[in-house]
Write a protein that binds this ligand. Structure first.
Ligand code: PEP
Length: 240
């Protein structure tokens, strides 16, 4: 099972100490040996975090990257090879918080290609808005995001899909189990052999229900991942 911590735009150097609790927990609870834990901090923390977590079971990822893996005149941007160079192994691409800033499916496709070229593994986010859910066009929207986002990518072995309904992110709402299982099945049906994670308000209270949805391969966790106690609780309950 994957447990991916998305710290979003939170955290300074002192936040790195919070991971000590998680490392201690992993050593103590052997049942978590199948857990794959990845921290995606803001770019400013990737290098020190990767140094801190070297020779541990936790990997580091970024939250986005530029579409070009080469250097260039793109003020304020960071590309996939630069992320790799400072120790990132993964990158989140297509998060709804970036889509809402104007990132479209075509750009996401270029970013995924660039990340793969640089040797990063991609956590590709897809999800419908509340309006789309109400219109019952969830599968149509997901299909469009997947077919454009993954266009002309033949080797998908380094791609993990994160299904994140936009209306569930940071709201405390989660889809009901039956709908979620069906949607994950739909995504898996379109992408044979790819891992599919769920993200959107995962917390220590709802994990008992979510972990029972057997086709889910792990979780992308935003808010709750910034609190080591909550993050540990989520992992612990998953294996209980
Ligand atoms: C996210 O940012 O990917 C996310 C799922 O956030 P939250 O857990 O806070 O809803």
């Amino acid at each position: 099972m994957f447990f991916i911590a998305n710290w979003k735009m939170f955290g300074g150097l002192n936040s790195l100490n919070s991971i000590n609790k998680v490392l201690g927990f992993l050593k103590k609870f052997k049942s978590t040996r199948l857990a794959k834990i990845i921290y995606c901090p803001p770019n400013t923390l990737i290098c020190p975090m990767a140094k801190k977590l070297k020779s541990t079971r936790i990997d580091v990822g970024a939250q986005n990257c530029h579409k070009s893996e080469s250097f260039g005149a793109f003020t304020g941007s960071i590309n996939s090879s630069m992320l790799r160079n400072v120790g990132a192994k993964y990158v989140i691409i297509g998060h709804s918080e970036n889509r809402s800033e104007g990132e479209n499916d075509k750009l996401i496709n270029l970013k995924i290609k660039s990340a793969i070229k640089s040797g990063l593994k991609v956590i590709f986010c897809i999800g419908e808005t509340l309006k789309e859910k109400r219109k019952k066009v969830t599968n149509k929207i997901l299909n469009k995001q997947m077919s454009i986002g993954l266009k002309k990518i033949r080797n998908k072995k380094n791609i993990i899909i994160a299904y994140e309904p936009v209306w569930a992110i940071g709201t405390g709402l989660v889809p009901n189990s039956k709908d979620l299982r069906k949607t994950v099945d739909f995504i898996k049906g379109k992408n044979k052999n790819l891992k599919v994670l769920y993200g959107g308000s995962v917390n220590p209270k709802n994990i008992n229900e979510l972990k029972n949805i057997k086709n889910i391969d792990g979780f992308l966790i935003g808010g709750a991942s910034q609190d080591p106690k909550k993050f540990i609780d989520i992992i612990k309950k998953t294996y209980n």
